[in-house]
Design a protein around this ligand. Structure first.
Ligand code: 6PG
Length: 467
């Protein structure tokens, strides 16, 4: 039986690309595929099983384009950076102006903006895809950036392959023009870093502060995953803590080196937050902690010099759960505030409730709490989440425990940068009369930078100014 000539193509059959191609074929869309190494393409086709008839394996980019019927939509799943620019250049001679190329990798949104504005001889989109291999194969979250007409052209495919939230809504949406999709994906990844860091901080309190073994910690995460904290990352943390090392028979977690890798998306988020002047201390702390984690030699020297830091603490497990809930709310409040700032700066109509809805399923940061965030943001999309009544109630309830945990960490040498960063931000954000009057006084003293007075009187400098 002849297959309809595909209108969808995919370049790059690595783990993510292969999984995405199978997902697309499974949802009924014929797909042409190409990989730099021809044997990878052949093996992919051979391994596609019952989906193979919907997959057209091609040997050259010219073959790929020829195997498709116009207007073509070609998804790139190649490493972010130069590989994307190279591929766009290689595809250019083969494509028509109406063909569409979609960069589905973890691109820096500045690159996506640049590519979108570079006068490519075909249409171009940048989409953020989250959910790892499992998500790509069975339902990722998709954050699309580009022109709305291109989104409309691809929406049927993206919605079909995306994860579905509990209410059945596909977790795929148009975020805005050009780099908007990759920007939202970067913030997603920053939050991913922060969620992971906060979980690892409370893991550390349980391990070092409460003296619990990994196998005792696993059921705690599993129990939390049945409450307010229900989320993919808490769920897998229970599985990770409970896993047995086939070599030693002990907890696998205990033999994993304590140095976190990173491809850099969390760092981009932190850098961009600084550029935007919008505070995301929980995410920044998470990036910092990953960097510190890789300095194993210096950390060992520090311990030899100062003695072991983490000591036993007197905390209830409930306090840790509450602290994690508070930290999570504060982190997301910062992340959404950053996106609001970016929308203003870059002229994107980012739809905050829609972003919360897209993150409800399929992506790494999927969690029950995102339903409540979507609801709160629908009431007022630009209001900081910590001021939304639902989350204000939750924060009133949980921040006392966050204080106890952060205080215990400080007193007993347990580093809790993300939880502490969240709490410090919360305290600054709930203090009407801050301390920057001192900074303004200092600035005026040494640089005559001037200041405003609370009473509105017109005395722009202090008595230290000559004349
Ligand atoms: C996702 C993930 C995925 C990956 C990133 C971050 O949403 O599916 O964010 O994109 O985990 O590459 O990885 P690093 O931890 O290596 O920065």
């Amino acid at each position: 039986m002849a297959v309809t000539k595909p209108q969808v193509g995919l370049v790059g059959l690595g783990t993510m690309g292969a999984a995405l191609a199978l997902n697309i074929a499974e949802k009924g869309f014929p797909i042409a595929v190409w990989n730099r190494t021809a044997s990878v393409t052949q093996d992919f086709h051979a391994g596609a099983g019952t989906l193979a008839p919907r997959v057209v394996a091609t040997e050259t980019l010219a073959d790929l384009v020829a195997a498709m019927s116009p207007p073509r939509s070609i998804i790139l799943m190649v490493p972010a950076g130069k590989a994307v620019d190279d591929m766009l250049a290689q595809l250019a001679p083969h494509l028509q102006p109406d063909d569409l190329v979609i960069d589905a990798g973890n691109a820096n949104f500045h690159d996506t903006n640049r590519r979108a504005a570079s006068g490519l001889p075909f249409r171009f989109m940048g989409i953020g895809v989250s959910g790892g291999e499992e998500g790509a194969r069975h339902g990722p979250a998709i954050m699309a950036g580009g022109q709305r007409e291109d989104w409309s052209r691809m929406a049927g495919v993206f919605r079909a392959i995306a994860a579905k939230a509990d209410d059945g809504t596909p977790c795929a949406d148009h975020m805005g023009e050009a780099g908007a999709g990759h920007f939202v994906k970067a913030v997603h990844n920053g939050i991913e870093y922060a969620d992971m860091q906060m979980i690892s901080e409370v893991y550390g309190v349980m391990r070092d502060g409460l003296g619990m073994s990994a196998s005792q910690i696993a059921p705690v995460f599993a129990r939390w995953n049945e409450g307010v904290l229900r989320s993919y990352l808490v769920e897998i943390s229970a599985a990770v803590a409970g896993a047995v090392d086939p070599v030693t028979g002990g907890p696998l977690l205990d033999v994993i080196v304590d140095a976190a890798g990173q491809k850099g998306t969390g760092r981009w988020t932190a850098i961009e937050a600084q550029n935007l002047g919008t505070p995301i201390p929980v995410i920044e702390a998470a990036v910092m902690a990953r960097n510190v984690s890789s300095r194993r030699g210096e950390r060992a020297a520090g311990e030899a010099l100062y003695g072991p830091a983490p000591q036993r603490v007197d905390l209830e497990l409930d306090d840790l759960e509450q602290a994690l809930i508070a930290g999570k709310i504060l982190c997301y409040a910062q992340g959404f505030a950053m996106m609001t700032a970016a929308a203003g700066e870059f002229g994107w109509a980012l739809d905050m409730p829609a972003i919360a809805r897209v993150w409800r399923a399929g992506c790494i940061i999927r969690s029950a709490m995102l339903n409540d965030m979507a609801e709160a943001l629908s009431q007022d999309p630009t209001r900081n989440l910590m001021l939304a009544p639902f989350f204000a109630d939750l924060l009133r309830e949980t921040t006392p425990a966050l204080r106890r945990v952060v205080a215990a960490g400080a007193l007993h040498g347990l580093g809790l940068p993300a939880l502490s960063g969240g709490l410090a931000w919360f305290d600054l954000m709930r203090t009407a009369r801050g301390t920057a009057n001192m900074i303004q006084g200092q600035r005026d003293f040494f640089g005559l930078h001037g200041f405003q007075r609370l009473d509105g009187l017109d005395h722009p400098h202090g008595p230290w100014a000559a004349g």
